[in-house]
Write a protein that binds this ligand. Sequence first.
Ligand code: HEC
Ligand code: HEC
Length: 255
Amino acid sequence: MDPRLSNDGKLACSSCHDVSTNGATRSSAMVRHDGSNAPFDTLTIFNSALSFRLNWEGNYRTLESQAESSLENPANMATSVEDVVSRLNADPQMVRQFRAAYGRAPDRSSLLDALAAFEKSLVTPGSRFDRWLAGDTAALSAAELGGYEIFKSFGCISCHQGVNVGGNLFQRQGIFRPLVHAKPDVVRVPSLRNVAATAPYFHDGSAATLEEAVRKMAAAQLDRSLTDDQVTALVAFLQTLTGNYRGMPVKGTPQ
Ligand code: HEC
Ligand code: HEC
């Protein structure tokens, strides 16, 4: 949340990744440093520590290397690790806190480790689906379980799977029909945890609602045309993937 992480002291990571709502923002365009249109919809920072690669393109393997790229990206923080380290070293209280945690003043590895360590705390357990998996059979309604059955039998689960219900594979987007025209054609499958709170959808943010995203997914990835009832059931299931951060359910961003 510290704006010293950006070149002009105006942006913090939390400007785009608001942990009091969904770990993202509705649009990153409004806060981008250079005023340009964001090429990618803002990914939520929640549960990112559980994905096997980071970013839509999956081009980073560790939170530390992703954080360094966020700091150096001219459209994000537009600064450098070295500059941030020297700003922090100018603040005696910050130096004291780093000494207490790392035994030394802020440096490259302690700065990146501090960011990554905080990000690892941004997990959202306790969704109703998690509770159901843990044996609480009353946690899901019949309609939600019906959606889970479709999720499995139609094959959504072949791509959205594992602890993050996604985030562990690369896949082509738009297999049977075009999905998103903008590159890349191959992306890291997104996690569906908290998906009901993270509209808009797809890497270009082109689907405004979960209903639209689900319908397009079935057509583009599975060559299926869903009935309205099937869409309703799948969306009901996806809504059970909303977890808790610091004891409060993850909220969507204000419209
Ligand atoms: C101007 C808005 C903006 C700022 C500021 C910003 N981010 Fe991001 N963040 C994004 C966008 C957009 C993406 C998706 C980028 C992509 O896929 O290439 C993203 C992706 C991420 C991801 C990957 C999530 C995943 O599931 O793969 C992490 C982690 C992350 N940011 C952490 C940070 C950290 C740490 C900072 C501060 C040093 C930061 N971000 C600052 C907009 C921002
Ligand atoms: C062949 C792999 C594959 C299958 C099968 C698949 N998906 Fe996806 N899903 C993806 C990929 C890849 C994306 C990201 C596409 C993009 O933005 O470029 C995605 C994105 C999504 C999103 C948007 C997530 C976000 O945060 O933007 C939702 C919702 C979703 N899928 C639900 C489903 C449902 C429901 C099904 C079954 C009807 C399904 N998916 C089947 C690979 C798949």
